[in-house]
Design a binder for this molecule. Structure first.
Ligand code: DX5
Ligand code: ZN
Length: 224
């Protein structure tokens, strides 16, 4: 182990009335990246943010922007998201026939490439693409909404993903997203997760900065 655990607050749970203030808060509190959930109402049954949010945050913040595309045919939008300021673009393996091309495009545009799997998608589906991946996102809830409960069965999948990455020899970060809260941080970190997306448990907390310090503290204690 000995890996640095990173915290990625998910904007989905932020108070959008105070978006600038809230992003600054998580940045000042030492969050490692800002997770921005993009939903198209097709790939998932919900609609969230699009390009203008990424552009606006990019203009006003130095944070690493981690854009999670929950959209069909992401190939049509990758370039615009990177040009809008995304540092990391994650697509879903279930969302396109052109996974390899998408990942190569993201890298060619100078961003980091992420590949995600929904809870019921087996990891074998992403094996052919590992060489093009900088970050593997194992969804720990059904994508579409914040505030859902962590699916316990995903802990084994995280472990399996860790083994897959280690065996591959590629440098791939392992991210988890959905229902990550104080009491399951130890479990996911022990299973091998390195980047923890946290929406409700950060932006829904009374004190956002304290919540981040706390999550980081628990994560680092596990990762010895
Ligand atoms: C779900 C999103 C998540 C969500 C996580 O579709 O991909 O990023 O914001 O929110 P919490 O941490 O509240 O489960
Ligand atoms: Zn997400």
């Amino acid at each position: 182990m000995g890996k640095i655990i990173q915290i990625a607050p998910s904007l989905l749970a932020a108070d959008l009335w105070k978006i600038g203030e809230q992003v600054k808060k998580v940045e000042d509190a030492g969050a490692d990246m800002l997770h921005i959930d993009v939903m198209d109402g097709q790939f998932v049954p919900n609609i969230s943010f699009g390009l203008p949010i990424v552009q606006s945050i990019r203009k006003n913040s130095g944070m690493l922007l981690d854009v999670h595309l929950m959209i069909n045919t992401p190939e049509n939008y990758i370039e615009r998201f990177v040009k809008s300021g995304a540092d990391l673009v994650t697509i879903h393996v279930e969302a396109t026939e052109q996974v390899e091309r998408c990942l190569l495009t993201i890298r060619a545009l100078g961003a980091k490439s992420g590949l995600s799997v929904k809870p019921n998608t087996p990891l074998s589906d992403i094996v052919p693409f590992l060489q093009y991946v900088d970050l593997l996102l194992v969804m720990t809830v059904e994508p579409g909404y914040g505030g859902q409960a962590y699916i316990e069965a995903m802990t084994d999948k995280i472990r399996e993903a860790r083994t897959l990455i280690d065996k591959s020899g590629y440098e791939i970060l392992l991210q988890v997203d959905g229902g990550i809260v104080q009491h399951n941080i130890a479990e996911v970190v022990q299973a091998g997760a390195q980047v923890l997306v946290a929406g409700t448990s950060v932006f829904g907390a009374q004190n956002i900065a304290d919540a981040i310090y706390h999550l980081k503290e628990i994560a680092q204690q596990q990762d010895v």
